[in-house]
Every structure is written in C-alpha cells, then in structure tokens.
Design a protein. Structure first.
Length: 389
C-alpha cells in the first residue's frame, strides 16, 4: 500500500486543506484522500497545465527522475496534468499536438466524487480509467472488487492496472470502449465518467440499477466546454437530473469533432443583415445556445483587422453563418447561407434566454432515454428541444 512518506508531503497536506476549505472535498471523502496519493498514479514524465507559464501555452514536460522537487510540487497542486499526447503516438519531453489522457484537476475530481452520494459496498462503473487514480479513490471508498474501470487505450489501461495492483487496490480493469460500459459487472449503483461526451450512451442506462446515479461531463459540439450533469436512473430505463458545474474534459475518442472545412461550406457571400447581439452577449448565453440550437459547431476569434468575429457551421448539412463586429455601436454584420438559417436560430434562442431573465446553468437539467437526450429549464416538462442520436 501507499507509504506514510507519500501522505506526509507538506504540499499534499496543503492541497487537502485547500480542497476541504473550498468545499470540493467532502468530509466523508477526507480519509480516502489521505490514503490515495495522486502522485502514485502519475508517470515519470508529465505535462502540468500551469496557466501562468509562458512555454507552450503552459504545458512543459517535467521528469521526476531529473527534477523531483518540481515534479512533486505539480503533483500536489490543484491543476490538471497531461499524461498522454496524440493517443500514445507522441514521444519525448515536449508537448505533442492533442492531449489525449490526463490526471484531472483534484478539485474537479473530488467535487464529482461528492456528487455520487456513494456508500461503502456500492458497485461502481468508472468510465475512463486514465491514470487509475479515480478508480483507486472509488475502490478505497467502496471496497475490493466493487469498482469496474474501463479505458479504450491498451497502454493507458495496462499501466493503470499495474499501479492499482501495486498499491493493493482490487479493481476490475477492463480494456474496451467505456461508452459501451462493462456488462459483466452490471448492474451498477453508480457510474462516474471522467471524459466529455456528446451523447449519453443507452448502454449505460441498461447497466444501471433503478435509483442509480450517473455523473458525467456532457456538452454539445457548439464548443469545447462541458457541464457536469447528475442523472438519476428511473425504473423505466430513462434518467434525468440537473446540471451542476461547468467543466472542460477531453472528449471520448468517438465524440471528438472533426472540424468543418469552411471551403466546403462557403461557396459565395450572400447579402449581409445586421444584429444588435454583440460578442459578449453570445459568450454569456453560450450554454443555452449550445443546447437550444442542435447539431452546430461554433468558433469565435479576432480577425486580422482587430474585429471580433464568430462562425457557425451546421453538422447536418452545409448551412453556415458568420458575424463580424466592426461598428462603434456594437452592432454586427451577419452573413448566413443554406437551408438552416443558423443565425436566425441563434438569435431566437438568445431572445428566449432574455425573456426567461437569463437563467444560469444551475436552472437547467437533462433527460436521457435510449433514443436521445432532451435539455430542459427548471423541470423536465419545459424542454429546450430534443436531440437524437
């Protein structure tokens, strides 16, 4: 098991105090935090995300063998740490192109664990093994052979399995697509997903007990952000529950967005129209727009002349819209083309949000059935619109 030396680092003690003071670490998880050391699950070479760092947008490799003090300082900090790039194809100390596995920010991990409302003896499906730390935390809390953890990457899964076994944590480690769950261990009382999804799999619903809880980062292709939703599974095989917190996770491999090619969309520039909705208003309404306008990808940037701009691409056809804000009064110039009038849909959703007095994420929830998902405001009957697989 983990040695006292692991547990008594001053940085780790300070991290525990911070997590408790912030409310991320609930009292009933304090003992598990003390027993399960994040550092025991991290590889020798890792890439901590340090927002203030200048190099590589805050991602520079740190090697425990050559810089142990810095390595442990990062391990004991409330930051996310990349542990794999480019689905394992990347080698070397420098960052790769796309981060594909990580150790999540401890405050986010423990906040999500608290959402599970878990008790000793419960069976848990841990979707996305990663380093194995989350499976280890769950195993300590629930008991031997109560946790099944699934990861699609052979190397990631094997390394996590070895770490867990070396620490005396008895977890069923499964190599496979976590979106399919693990029928052999079903039915489960709880499911924790530690990657972002763009659809809640029907397989998960079918592998849960009635009354079971699913905690998952869910979002749409509108942007890269997710929001944690806590779903309670009903006897009829559906699930529903509230959104609780904004997060950003790496996406399931099959849920990654292949970004639209603008040249395949923009054949000509139509006559423009005007809008009074500015870029700040779009940002403020991003959560609602992402759920109220289905199957859309969105990006915002600053053009070479300094003008803010936003693009919208339909993922159902070749419809598109673009907005540029150049006027001093804050109004923008709108271009849109295709059978889906994307800016009209965005504008209508924004108007609805205004009429509802700009509700925040905490007033929204999600209903999931084997056929698809439906977001709602305040209650499941007040739908924003239905999205199907």
């Amino acid at each position: 098991m983990i040695t006292p030396a692991h547990r008594e680092r001053s940085g780790r003690t300070e991290l525990g105090r911070f997590l408790s003071a912030s409310g991320a670490l609930r009292d009933d998880w304090v003992g598990t935090f003390a027993a399960i050391d994040r550092a025991a699950f991290l590889p020798d070479v890792m890439w901590p995300f340090v927002p203030s760092a200048a190099a590589d947008s805050g991602l520079a490799g740190v090697d425990r063998r050559t810089h142990p003090d810095a390595w442990y300082d990062h391990a004991d900090s409330d930051i996310s740490i990349v542990t794999q790039w480019d689905d394992g194809a990347h080698r070397g100390r420098g960052p790769g192109t796309v981060p594909t596995s990580s150790s999540s920010q401890p405050s986010v991990v423990h906040h999500m664990l608290g959402m599970l409302d878990i008790d000793a003896g419960m069976t848990v499906l841990d979707a996305g093994t990663g380093t194995g730390e989350t499976a280890g935390l769950l195993a300590h809390r629930c008991g031997d052979r109560k946790v099944t953890t699934v990861d699609v990457d052979p190397q990631v899964s094997a390394e996590a399995r070895d770490r867990l076994r070396g620490l005396g944590l008895y977890v069923d480690t499964v190599l496979g697509d976590a979106l399919g769950g693990s029928p052999a261990g079903a039915p489960y009382d709880r499911l924790l997903c530690t990657f972002g999804v763009r659809a809640v799999p029907a397989a998960w619903l079918g592998q849960m007990r009635a009354g079971g809880v699913i905690v998952v980062p869910y979002g749409t292709h509108y942007g890269n952000r997710d929001a944690v939703v806590r779903l309670t599974v009903h006897p009829d095989g559906t699930a529903s529950g509230p959104f609780l917190a904004p997060v950003e996770f790496m996406k399931a491999r099959s849920h990654r967005l292949e970004w639209p090619d603008a040249e395949q969309y923009v054949r000509e520039w139509p006559a423009p129209s005007r809008t009074a909705i500015g870029p700040a208003e779009l940002t403020a309404a991003a959560f609602v727009l992402s759920h109220a306008v289905p199957d859309i990808a969105h990006t915002a940037h600053t053009d070479s002349d300094g003008a803010p701009a936003a693009w919208f691409y339909s993922l159902m056809d070749r419809s598109w819209a673009a907005v540029r804000w150049t006027d001093a009064d804050g109004s923008g110039e709108v271009y849109q083309q295709g059978p889906r009038r994307l800016w009209d849909a965005v504008q209508a959703a924004y108007g609805w949000w205004e009429q509802q007095e700009r509700p925040g994420l905490e007033r929204f929830g999600l209903t999931v059935t084997p056929e698809g998902t439906a977001p709602w405001l305040d209650s499941p009957g007040n739908l924003l619109g239905k999205r199907h697989r």
